[in-house]
Design a protein around this ligand. Structure first.
Ligand SMILES: *Cc1c(COP(=O)(O)O)cnc(C)c1O
Length: 345
């Protein structure tokens, strides 16, 4: 893969905005008088712009993930990171991204927003990637392949062998979205970053870390890719409140680990109990914090559940998801309510 050639010419030649805090950032700011960013000087803990490079947070993450901080880019949710990737590699009205359907809806929304074509290749009936089909669908203008593993909405892991084949063969960038990796027994692709210069791994604090509200997406890639994404990101894209909350969560991981264990245990219990519900026809294997199941009539059961105060996601109408509902694993109490409601249908 020739990275230089993959990057859009307009991005290659961009001169990044240099913020006040980029031009001067003291490690120890004590005693310094900052008159460079037109901020309000009166302290309220939020009167200063955030660190544009989120150094403290990246150092913590780097330690946790055993990787250099130069391999990390942070965004306002994964959605911002995904958008930056598309804008870096795909020329509007010319290039294309490839997605494996059914999958997370934002890949195609962001592609459309950037006037980038979408090539969708369906997953197999057991929601696996047919890598032959993917590789033969690739054209000269295919720049990015999005692989969501564990996949949303199916919940399963995509076989590592198929992913590896695509990583080795495809001449563009392969994005592996690991939003749900903490609920899986499988290893993150992060450990193989050094093997594949075209690999980008995306994670988030929105799911396992219980911080969907702060919007923090994490991108891991080669130093070269990170440097390019960095040059086009909005300067202050991760705000002070988010950086502080993320630092706190990463420093106190005990609680999170316990919650993840509970969710995984509850998931397995739910799968067992769902098998005894007559309207449930198929339960798909899950490596995530949700379960996809096929019911007799998804639209009907979805409305009935709303009537009982329980909101699930109706995925009927998505490819391969006829009559499927996606159910997030809740607290033990919430899951009991769900089961009671399902038994009454
Ligand atoms: C929920 C989810 C995300 C998270 O997006 P954020 O913008 O980080 O909240 C990313 N990818 C997939 C597949 C998801 O389901």
């Amino acid at each position: 893969m020739n990275l230089k050639a993959l990057i859009r010419p307009a991005i290659r030649s961009i001169k990044p905005y240099s913020s006040a805090r980029d031009e001067f950032h003291g490690r120890n700011d004590d005693g310094l008088v900052f008159l460079d960013a037109n901020e309000n000087p009166f302290q309220n803990n939020l009167n200063r712009y955030p660190d544009p490079q989120q150094v403290l947070l990246k150092e913590k993450l780097a330690l946790l993930k055993k990787i250099s901080k130069n391999h990390i880019l942070l965004g306002n949710g994964s959605d911002e990171v995904l958008d930056l990737i598309i804008r870096t590699f795909c020329e509007p009205n010319q290039d294309a991204v490839l997605t494996l359907t059914p999958t997370y809806g934002m890949y195609s929304v962001l592609a459309q927003l950037n006037a980038v074509k979408i090539q969708s290749v369906p997953l197999t009936s057991d929601f696996q990637m047919d890598e032959e089909r993917v590789l033969s669908a690739v054209q000269d203008n295919t720049k990015v392949i999005f692989i969501c593993s564990p996949n949303n909405p199916s919940g399963n892991l995509i076989h590592p062998k198929s992913i590896q084949r695509v990583l080795k063969t495809f001449n563009g960038v392969v994005v592996i979205d690991e939003a749900y990796i903490d609920f899986s027994s499988s290893k993150s692709w992060l450990s193989r970053l050094y093997e594949f210069p075209n690999l980008i791994v995306i994670q988030t604090l929105s799911k396992a870390y219980g911080l969907a509200g702060i919007r923090l997406g994490i991108c891991y890639a080669s130093e070269e890719i990170i440097a390019v994404l960095n040059s086009i990101k909005p300067p202050y894209n991760v705000n002070v409140l988010t950086q502080n909350a993320a630092l706190e969560a990463i420093s106190n991981r005990k609680n999170i680990t316990h919650q993840i264990d509970t969710i995984v245990t509850e998931r397995e219990k739910l799968i067992e109990k769902l098998q005894q519900i007559s309207v449930v026809k198929t339960i798909f294997p899950s490596h995530s914090n949700f379960i996809l199941c096929r019911v007799d009539d998804a639209n009907k059961r979805y409305s009935e559940l709303i009537g009982k105060g329980i909101i699930v996601r109706n995925r009927h109408g998505q490819p391969l998801c006829d009559n499927c509902l996606r159910i997030t694993v809740g607290t033990p109490e919430e899951n009991l309510k769900l089961m009671e409601a399902l038994q009454q249908l």
